[in-house]
Design a protein around this ligand. Structure first.
Ligand SMILES: [Fe+2]
Length: 115
């Protein structure tokens, strides 16, 4: 088995939504920083209980030269923390952002966007 075989995407989505949604905000706030927001549950809220929750989200960036950078990871406390995280990243240095999210019941989900 290869790792890519356990990654799920839009084709595997059921009524509960698991895909990590990626949104880019450039020049935000007083200090005009770039922010990449990653969250699960854009249209349908995913359950957030001890038994069934999004445990973590991880963000990767693909630089213009193809180098892959692991930009950060956030772990969430079920019942208390929603799977919604903002990473402060120099967006112009990347051509693609990819994120993974992990549901303790439904596995690992992937999504990528081009900048
Ligand atoms: Fe789930």
């Amino acid at each position: 088995m290869k790792f890519k075989e356990i990654l799920k995407d839009t084709e595997a989505e059921g009524k509960e939504k698991h895909l990590p949604v990626i949104e880019i905000g450039k020049g935000r706030g007083k200090s005009e920083v770039d922010v990449v927001r990653v969250f699960v549950g854009k249209e349908v809220q995913h359950p957030n209980t001890i038994e069934h929750h999004i445990s973590w989200i991880e963000l990767f960036g693909v630089k213009q030269d193809g180098q892959i950078v692991d930009l950060g990871r956030a772990a969430f406390a079920p019942e208390f923390t929603n799977p919604n995280i903002r990473f402060q990243v120099p967006v112009d240095q990347f051509k693609v952002f990819c994120a993974l999210s992990y549901c303790n019941v439904h596995g690992v989900w992937q999504n990528c966007i081009e900048t």
